[in-house]
Design a protein around this ligand. Structure first.
Ligand code: UDP
Length: 475
């Protein structure tokens, strides 16, 4: 198709691993469908990508753009309100200038005019700029439909007096949220819901931004209808259009076949240690426990040592990701016991970052000890690997509830002392293996069907592309 006729989608992720990767998968799928895709990184994440030289090699058809987030170089960029408010204030002019410059480029014919924006729902600057420039915008949410639905119900819970609460009981059930009956507890709400003032600026900010997502032209979710059917129609009725197109990493694999293998695992802001795959080759089928707590969690050294003892006492070989900066208060390797340093040992293998999708697909892996980030849960489902969930924050709790109580494909780690860790590993890898495998096969099959031709996610992706083309046609 001639460049100027191609619809042009500008995609903007929050600069975090768990956000960049699914958006890159979607970018690649849209590009394969014939759309012109610009992918906007902040200077910080762009540097990490280009250092790893993955960007142009693995995503040759995506046009990468880079903007400053406007914050000082030494800003911690921690996931606190100040960061999001800082972005809203400081990144807005940079994003606007980028869109204006893309508009100028289109006049010279070097790229098509911008048709629409797809922005991470947690980005507080994109909607305002899109409105100001009159560009249609879709939002992309990296969380499950259940977590999002819980979030959208916070104003109702405040109105009904279920929030705030003062008895400190986080395991108390939340009632009256259709679709979440029987599994929804106070603990499954975002952390700020423990605040005693329901009008606190943090609550107003995050709930306001989430509701703003539903007001855009459409909301795109990395989930699939059959996995979250109890909630999806509720979310759908709360927004203009809903496109459930996940699991995106599997969607890419199914659409691109062998070509996808590198793409899905390359959307990484970290240097991937592929050598651990060779170590896995030498292990018995289904014998290895894969351990990773994602890209954000931090643990104390003593907490990590409890995990280590639990792993060792279970007698199972393990592949464990301990990323730099994951141990609170430890900058380098000094002070970290030898047992936790990267490299193979007689009991297992520790890496700073693993090729997770390939690891989960490896025949030697039998279970996944995870923090239950949504990306990891979806990847485990597709690979049919039962989970031991150690939820840490945000959506991890509701994801764990689903793994444990709804889909029955894993267990929740009730505590993190060595004995509980050991017992959980043994229960998932030995005793209950068959039970988990039956449910696992069922859920994985649903995922596979959703992304195959005619499946729900496949149809929804086609619909998204079609709707973007319609915008172009009427512009
Ligand atoms: N990941 C990876 N290698 C690792 C650890 C994680 O490739 O060693 C990827 C993983 O495949 C997933 C993402 O990082 O896609 C983490 O996202 P998730 O939603 O699970 O958690 P978050 O990092 O956002 O807490």
């Amino acid at each position: 198709m001639e460049k100027k006729q191609q619809p042009h989608v500008v995609m903007v992720p929050l600069p975090l691993q768990g956000h960049v990767k699914p958006l890159l998968c979607l970018a690649q799928l849209l590009s394969e469908a014939g759309l012109y895709v610009s992918f906007v990184n902040t200077t910080q994440s762009h540097k990490r990508f280009t250092n790893l030289e993955t960007i142009t090699t693995h995503f040759p058809n995506i046009h990468f753009e880079c903007i400053s987030d406007g914050l000082p170089e030494d800003h911690p960029r921690a996931l606190l309100t100040e960061y999001f408010e800082g972005m809203k204030r400081e990144t807005t002019p940079h994003f606007k200038e980028l869109l204006l410059s893309l508009g100028r480029k289109s006049l010279t014919g070097s790229s098509p005019p911008v048709t629409c924006i797809i922005a991470d729902g947690v980005l507080p600057f994109a909607v305002g700029v899109a409105e100001e420039l009159g560009i249609p915008i879709f939002s992309f949410c990296v969380h499950s439909a259940r977590f999002l639905w819980g979030y959208l119900n916070i104003p109702k819970l405040i109105e009904e007096g279920q929030l705030p609460f003062s008895d400190g009981n986080l395991y108390h059930s939340i009632n009256g949220v259709p679709g979440l009956e029987g599994i929804f507890r106070r603990k499954d709400l975002p952390e700020f819901c423990i605040l005693p003032d329901p009008h606190h600026p943090i609550i107003k900010f995050f709930v306001g931004e989430t509701i703003a997502m539903t007001k855009t032209s459409g909301l795109i979710l990395n989930t699939f209808d059959e996995l979250e059917d109890s909630c999806i129609h509720h979310v759908s009725s709360a927004c203009n259009n809903l496109y459930t197109v996940g699991p995106l990493h599997a969607h890419i694999n199914s659409k691109l076949g062998d070509r996808a293998r590198s793409i899905a695992s390359r959307g990484s802001l970290y240097s991937v240690e592929e050598k651990c795959l060779e170590w896995l080759d030498s292990q018995q089928p289904k014998s290895v426990l894969y351990v990773s707590f994602g890209s954000i969690t931090q643990t104390s050294l003593s907490q990590l040592m409890e995990f280590w003892h639990g792993l060792v006492n279970s007698g199972k070989p393990f592949l464990w990701v301990i990323r730099p900066g994951a141990i609170i208060g430890e900058e380098g390797n000094e002070g970290i016991p030898e047992d936790l340093l990267p490299g193979p040992t007689e009991r297992g293998y520790i890496v700073e970052w693993a090729p997770q999708e390939q690891v989960l697909a490896h025949h030697a892996v039998g279970a996944f000890l995870t923090h239950s980030g949504w990306g990891s849960v979806l990847e485990s489902i597709v690979a049919k690997i039962p989970m031991i969930c150690w939820p840490y924050m945000g959506d991890h709790y509701i994801n764990t509830q689903c793994v444990n109580k709804v889909w029955k494909i894993g267990v929740e780690l009730e505590a993190w002392d060595r004995s509980t860790v050991e017992k959980a590993i043994i229960s998932v890898m030995e005793t209950k293996k068959d039970d988990f495998q039956i449910s696992m096969d069922k859920v994985a099959k649903l995922a596979e069907d959703s992304i195959s031709k005619g499946g729900s996610s496949s149809q929804n992706l086609d619909k998204l592309v079609e709707d973007i083309r319609k915008i172009k046609a009427t512009a």
